[in-house]
Design a protein around this ligand. Sequence first.
Ligand code: CO
Length: 318
Amino acid sequence: MPLTRRELLAGALGAALGPALARAAGANAKERAMTERTVKEVVVPTPASDGAGVLLKRSIATPTLDHLDPFFLFDHFGSERPDDYIAGFPMHPHRGIETITYMLDGSVSHRDSMGNSGTIGTGDVQWMTAGRGIMHEEMPHAGPRRLDGFQVWVNLPRKLKMTAPRYQDVPSARIPEVALRGGGRVRVIAGQVEGTAGAVREIFADPSYLDVALAAGETFEQPVARGHTALLYAYQGEVSVGAASAGRGRAVPSPRLAILSDGDVVRVHAPASPARFLLLSAQPLHEPAVRYGPFVMNTKEEIAQALHELRSGTFIRP
Ligand code: CO
């Protein structure tokens, strides 16, 4: 339900006066306390090279932004020149995280230590829970079209870091699409939009991963659980985030990552021309985290253990 300006002001007032007053306000207290998420910070992606020399735009896992609990990496790879990506990501390990690959265009072949292999093509998602350990290879194909896509890492909580590895391979056709009233549409990779549940489920961080296309002049409004970390990545056109209908939103051009403030709902508007963006949210873990290359663990000792197992050939367990 759209928030009126009055309701927003009431929410701000409620927050300022404290929970006791909000309780005293009675049945409407909850609704009045609804707040809109706004842009806290706009991050300009950093050019980076990873794997055997794949050029990409990195927004999380950079010298200035290590992580946004529980997101530990946000990469946008995309190029028309095969030389920028063809070297790929030869065999490498992961432990303690989930890696999510979403292809907009082109394709990547993968194979791993569990005996899985296949191709992730246009519109497909691979949600990999690395858990206690997996070795895999991700090799882009030089195609007639550009290569374009994203990889995101979501941290696993202490109790699941050593869980058995698991894949959720989701072909494009299985990703639900919700048509918006203004002509746009949302691909629901994870989470929920207007009662439509995403293709990827049963992930600890209770993530939402939406790919949204807006028509010129259209506004998208989406509830986001309070307390969850939320970010928006504009990759086509320009959007305005927060207080959208009042024309006071913050402009987010592409390609940019916008870190959102806490709140209950986010409103994104495409002012002048069509725009596309990812909207991601997940529950933060609030646990100590130590990153080393493709591992994210809770302690330095656990990182040393992973490296020791790699060297001694015991990293992959049957
Ligand atoms: Co990998």
